[in-house]
Design a protein around this ligand. Sequence first.
Ligand code: HEC
Length: 105
Amino acid sequence: MTIYLNEVAYSKKIDDKTFSVGSMIIKEKKGHNHGAPTGDVITVMEKVSDKGTANDWIFKISSLSDKKDLTDEFNKTMPMTCTKCHSQYANDFVSDTFNKIRYKQ
Ligand code: HEC
């Protein structure tokens, strides 16, 4: 798995409770990814507001091979939408795995 952060997301300190608006987190994972309907995909989270709900983030998923946007398909066919599943994470709706990787806890 590879995680890419833009500068805004990277500047978040471990003690900061939330990410700043403008943060982008991109995850590339080969093979089975988030149960996505097709092969290798990237997932993107972009923070667009700071109201304290998971809707502060736009979630997108696309296939790596043809860059097709699979977000609607994912949210219609999977048991849980991106937003719903990520809304359980206390760290500004970003998973606990993220902290382990970013801050090497
Ligand atoms: C059923 C729960 C679940 C759903 C649905 C889900 N995610 Fe995640 N997401 C996770 C978990 C758990 C991780 C960290 C571990 C991993 O990547 O395997 C993660 C990691 C991520 C990351 C890396 C940052 C982070 O939070 O660690 C991004 C970006 C991401 N997901 C975007 C999406 C997008 C876009 C969708 C919808 C297409 C989506 N997720 C759907 C559970 C979910």
